[in-house]
Design a protein around this ligand. Structure first.
Ligand SMILES: Cc1ncc(COP(=O)(O)O)c(C=O)c1O
Length: 378
């Protein structure tokens, strides 16, 4: 069966490993295996002792116990270790959804969150984050109007890619009340959790027993090459059904990844603090830049995460769409911004990534291009 093109990954495939100025990456600064092991007090020799036999399908019990400590109401039994975070979206939706089910999915969204649901179900409804004068708003009345006993799953992602939105605790409470009232599953992608600028967000795993929570080490902890991810599923029957699906995809996690993920979790606060410090510094630089071109960009600052979603004044930039603009920047100037269309949103937004050390250099290159364009257009 066909599935929609994965536009975000296709766009990155074209440019990520050739363009010099990556300004759209959602992961935070990474590190070498050696640096990680130094930080956690382990060693390359210890990694060398890891054997390469099959591992437990649900994940190493000690690793699951470490993961469960990131939540209040979760035990090691509730955790399923994955072979990559993105695998969790596929497995959860395959395990739960039938063609006649209705799904409500927050938009914009990382492609897999809506496309896998669309692949499986006929009726997937968009629930739009609303751009306001100075930020993004969750329209809970829109959700209340759409949700009903026919809704099998609501799909959200907090902290949100690409807007950096997190719900206020009162909004979070109302959302949980709505899904509880209709006995709906809540899929919450929390891969950017730990990057809140102020109060940490309550995990859906602690707020609602019919939640499925996706976590991983790719973004907040800067370790996407590890492919370490997990699901928290408190419902035992669903967990078993999902593990059965997992036997058809990856069977069990990679042994070296489980070892390194365990090391990373021992120092997770240090890793998250490092990412947050980079993001804050880059945000200051970015706001300085945006302040120089107030008529070209509409700025809605993120309140969490490592990305921001910026609206372009396309006529002033001389382009018809953000997609055309992004391809032009990548091909002519080696600068990578992600078009909002890849994330299912209007084609006048672009995503910036704030978690990399190289942000300053890449922004400088972009600033030069924008300045030249502005002076050329008079
Ligand atoms: C919201 C969200 N969920 C899941 C993923 C998948 O993470 P990974 O690429 O580490 O599997 C991403 C990656 O960009 C993401 O942004």
């Amino acid at each position: 069966m066909k599935i929609e093109p994965f536009l975000t990954e296709q766009f990155f495939t074209d440019y990520e490993f050739s363009a010099p100025y990556l300004l759209a990456s959602s992961d935070c600064e990474t590190m070498s295996i050696e640096a990680l092991l130094d930080l956690s007090g382990s060693s390359l020799a210890a990694l060398g002792q890891v054997t390469l036999g099959y591992t437990e399908s649900q994940g190493n019990p000690q690793l699951r116990s470490q993961i469960s400590q990131m939540y209040d109401a979760v035990s090691a039994e509730d955790v399923v270790v994955l072979t990559s975070p993105v695998e969790g979206i596929y497995l959860a939706m395959q395990s739960l959804l039938e063609p006649d089910d209705e799904v409500i999915a927050l938009r914009p969204a990382y492609d897999a969150l809506s496309n896998v649901a669309r692949h499986l179900c006929r009726d997937v409804r968009d629930w739009n984050l609303v751009p306001t004068g100075n930020g993004w708003e969750l329209d809970l009345d829109q959700l209340a109007a759409q949700i009903g006993p026919q809704t099998r799953m609501v799909v959200v992602n907090f902290p949100h890619n690409p807007t950096g939105f997190v719900p206020h605790p009162d909004q979070w409470k109302r959302l949980v009340e709505l899904v509880r009232k209709h006995d709906t599953w809540l899929f919450c992608d929390e891969i950017y959790r730990g990057l809140e600028f102020d109060t940490p967000i309550l995990s859906a795993a602690d707020a609602y027993d019919k939640s499925i929570v996706l976590g991983g080490l790719s973004k907040t902890y800067g370790l996407p090459g590890l492919r370490a991810g997990w699901l928290v599923i408190r419902d035992a029957q669903l967990r078993d059904e999902l593990i059965n699906w997992k036997h058809y995809t990856t069977i069990c996690p990679a042994a070296p990844t489980e070892f390194l993920a365990g090391q990373a979790l021992q120092v997770r606060q240090q890793l998250a603090d490092r990412s947050k410090a980079i993001i804050q510094k880059n945000l200051e630089r970015f706001e300085d830049f945006l302040g120089q071109f107030p008529d070209l960009f509409v700025w809605r600052p993120p309140t969490a995460g490592s990305v921001a979603f910026v609206e372009l004044n396309l006529p002033k930039l001389g382009f018809d769409s953000a997609t055309d603009y992004c391809h032009h920047l990548a091909r002519q100037h080696g600068i990578v911004l992600l078009p909002g269309k890849c994330l299912g949103f209007e084609d006048r937004f672009v995503r910036f990534g704030l978690g990399r050390q190289s942000f300053a250099t890449s922004l400088q290159a972009y600033s030069k291009v924008v300045s030249q364009q502005v002076s050329a257009r008079g």
